[in-house]
Design a protein around this ligand. Sequence first.
Ligand SMILES: NC(=O)c1ccc[n+]([C@@H]2O[C@H](COP(=O)([O-])OP(=O)(O)OC[C@H]3O[C@@H](n4cnc5c(N)ncnc54)[C@H](OP(=O)(O)O)[C@@H]3O)[C@@H](O)[C@H]2O)c1
Length: 284
Amino acid sequence: MRVLITGAAGQLGLELGRVDWGETERMLAVRGALDITNFDDVVAAAGFRPDVIVNAAAYTAVDRAEDEPERAMAINVKGVAHLATIADDLGATLIHVSTDYVFDGLKDGWYTEDDAPSPTGVYGLTKRAGELAALESSRSIVLRTSWVYGALRPNFVATMRRLASERDELGVVADQFGCPTAAADIAAAITQIAAQGAGEPGVFHLAAPDDASWWDLAAESIALMDPPRSPTIKKLTTTEFPTKAVRPPNSRLDSSKIYQTYGVRLRSWREALAEVSAELNHAG
Ligand SMILES: NC(=O)c1ccc[n+]([C@@H]2O[C@H](COP(=O)([O-])OP(=O)(O)OC[C@H]3O[C@@H](n4cnc5c(N)ncnc54)[C@H](OP(=O)(O)O)[C@@H]3O)[C@@H](O)[C@H]2O)c1
């Protein structure tokens, strides 16, 4: 099997680069080598003749997207459409990664794939349009995940650790809830799906099975620091911490469909966070 991975220098892309793919031949393409908004680049990469294309490339700056919707649209929609076109031409499967931010977060309960998307910001709107662009190819698999972190790139966990080492007190939003998901766990799940021939297309939720608030995630991230730090972590409301793009208050993704279809179930976020924290502690 041959797998083409786009966005290989991103948080998920780097994990897709170091996860064990067994005998699979991989082409890891960073943006400089394969800009997904450039159809010529995509056609050139198709020369590798992948059986599976994993799209880890994305415009992910949630607040900045409010000011540059065209750029977010070009990467998150047009770029995905290019990949879907090439996947169709090759008879390959496109595995495309999407987000909990396609929902407005107003549901009372966990989101399933049957819930209607209703994004509240430009990022979410472009990601939803990107899902539809991916699904233009009949074999495509769209994996919606949430609150991604890892040891290799800046993210919320790394920021909380940095702030905890710089300050005696910090404030974190405690009224938004989601499923913190390790990039390494998403990467491992993608290898499992690809190894099964990526046979069942459609939209799937792929996130940790348990939920947390940003405050919970910050508190646990800081508790796992070595050397230890113990700043005061104040609980903030969303109104006390305004952001340019509106965040969904409830990002809980029910990931049972991917378990029923592909037998893939991710670890609890605390277990995965302990592993990522150990790596960060070791890196110093
Ligand atoms: N991070 C989260 O909390 C989160 C939550 C839910 C879903 N997701 C989704 O998960 C996926 C992976 O996210 P991530 O956290 O790994 O994001 P990331 O760290 O921002 O990585 C995205 C990568 O895409 C690259 N890229 C941007 N424009 C490109 C283009 N035109 N052509 C090729 N590559 C391009 C970026 O390159 P540069 O570094 O050069 O910009 C970067 O390496 C995305 O689809 C995202 O929407 C993320």
